[in-house]
Design a protein around this ligand. Structure first.
Ligand code: ADP
Ligand code: GLC
Length: 477
């Protein structure tokens, strides 16, 4: 049995802005099921939805500040959660990273710098709990300084750093390094410095014992200039200690046979009932109720990564086709506005919901016929896996985890029952349009369409296999 300290800035259902939360909510559960002794640690944000059972665990003093650590359990699981409670940094409304205007909190370096300091104390068993982890598993830049701090400690645990997205690096002005009182040994270009800035992610990339990312393809992509954002050389240099482990999905949350958020539960054997979710979704979003018009869905952060601009460029042609489209998301205000303008012009074809809505996300997965993910890059992506599980055919660009989890419908893969979606190569509006046209053709051939749905629903995306891979890694370290 390994003692694992799992470090993250979000974990569903406590707090979520994206896929990081899904993974950090469900991987610790899967590791607990593999009988590992795990503690999940995250900041105690105001928006955090903990149960009533939160108790004071201990307090520590750092830089003349008193910081409490609280303990609770992950809802519906046995995973122990430790919350770093420092109200001056974490107890304000809104998102963990940005304010209501979408601007990063001005003290993010201090907020996550302090979090990393506390995690280091916990990792070194200096909080009077008689619990020293064997492995500290950090996720994304918010926890990046932990491997760096630990590298200076005697008798430290092993460290793993998982990259969920190279586009977010936690870069801060030089002055932050002194505000955070960083040890001088870490402050150089082969350490935490990146072109005169302080880089949190470099803490993970340089100092962790092993780096993982969330798909094998993305592990290769980030070693190239296109996806490495200037850190490809460092990653190439560390490639012996870098690997890709594909994410799983939480089948307690995402299972069409027992999903409380959808209108009608169904399985591969009762696929006909899926239609009731489609009509419920059309009714809910004010689209004409049309059983036979293919309904395309998209859920996600409205940012360039997700190829929203490619989609916008396709809209004027899409509205000439026999289809409907629903989108749920929020993010870039320009994208939000453009999407809403199209929806106002073509209310019979396009429905746009700006905002964050967990229940509606489930209904879209169940009700749509096809699901669009034209991502420019996608470290793993979860919605294409949820879609397959729900018999909703994913249309994805061949990148990162999308390339690793969707099998393109071609004569051969249709023949040998492996096709699970539509895959296209180029990040261009014309390639996306081609893929949409291909989808319409397949949709018009009910036998082929059903084959893809059934193949997709039969795929095993559970955490078991991936959690075992993480465990093997912990054991190897
Ligand atoms: P990323 O982490 O890059 O945002 P993923 O595909 O890994 O992308 O995960 C996104 C997760 O966030 C999925 O669970 C998706 O359903 C959810 N999600 C994204 N935007 C919204 C939204 N507006 N409302 C509800 N859920 C959302
Ligand atoms: C990131 C990536 C996404 C991935 C998620 C969880 O936010 O953008 O592709 O699925 O992390 O690993």
């Amino acid at each position: 049995m390994k003692k694992i300290l799992f470090v993250t800035s979000e974990a569903h259902p406590l707090i979520k802005t994206g896929g990081l939360a899904d993974v950090c909510g469900s991987l610790p559960k899967a590791l607990t099921e593999l009988l590992q002794d795990i503690r999940l640690i995250l900041p105690n944000y105001q928006a955090l939805k903990a149960s009533e059972n939160v108790r004071f665990l201990t307090s520590i003093r750092i830089d003349n500040r008193n910081i409490n650590i609280l303990e609770t359990l992950m809802p519906d699981s046995q995973v122990i959660v430790w919350l770093v409670d420092y109200p001056a940094y974490y107890n304000y409304p809104g998102n963990p990273y940005v304010d209501e205007q979408g601007e990063p909190w001005s003290n993010n370096a201090e907020r996550f710098g302090l979090f990393c300091r506390i995690v280091t104390e916990v990792a070194m068993n200096r909080i009077n709990q008689d619990w020293q982890p064997d492995v500290v598993h950090c996720n994304d830049w918010q926890s990046g300084l932990v491997p760096a701090f630990l590298s200076l400690e005697e008798g430290r645990p092993s460290t793993v750093f998982t990259i969920h997205n190279m586009a977010y690096q936690g870069l801060f002005p030089l002055t932050s390094a002194s505000v955070l009182n960083l040890p001088g040994q870490l402050w150089h270009p082969a350490g935490l410095e990146f072109h005169g800035m302080l880089s949190f992610i470099k803490g993970g990339l340089v100092y962790s014992d092993y780096i993982t990312t969330v798909s094998p393809t993305y592990a290769l992509e980030i070693q190239t200039a296109e996806f490495g954002y200037g850190l490809e050389g460092l990653l190439e240099h560390r490639k012996e200690f870098l690997g890709g482990i594909i994410n799983g999905i939480d089948l307690d949350q995402w299972d069409p046979e027992k999903d409380p958020n959808i209108f009608q539960c169904y399985s591969a054997k009762t696929l006909g009932k899926k239609l009731l979710n489609k009509t419920a979704l059309q009714a809910k979003l004010g689209l004409p109720i049309e059983e036979h018009i293919p309904l395309f869905g998209l859920i996600g952060r409205l940012v360039e990564q997700k190829g929203i601009d490619l989609l916008l460029d396709c809209f004027s042609e899409m509205i000439t086709m026999k289809l409907q489209f629903v989108l749920l998301g929020s993010g870039d205000k320009v994208f939000e506005k453009q999407l809403q303008e199209f929806a106002e012009l073509y209310p019979d074809k396009i429905a746009i919901k700006i905002g964050y809505d967990e229940a509606l996300a489930h209904l879209i997965e169940a009700g749509a016929d096809a699901f669009l993910m034209p991502s420019r890059f996608e470290p793993c992506g979860l919605n294409q896996m949820y879609s397959q599980r729900y018999g909703t055919v994913p249309i994805v660009r061949k990148t990162g985890g999308l390339a690793d989890t969707v099998i393109d419908a071609l004569p051969e893969t249709l023949g040998n029952q492996t096709a699970t979606g539509i895959v296209f190569n180029e990040a261009s509006p014309s390639a996306l349009l081609e893929a949409i046209k291909r989808t319409l053709i397949l949709y018009s051939m009910p036998d082929s369409w059903k084959k893809i749905q059934v193949n997709a629903m039969g795929k095993d995306f559970s955490w078991q296999r991936s959690a075992k891979q993480y465990l093997e890694l912990y054991q190897k370290l």
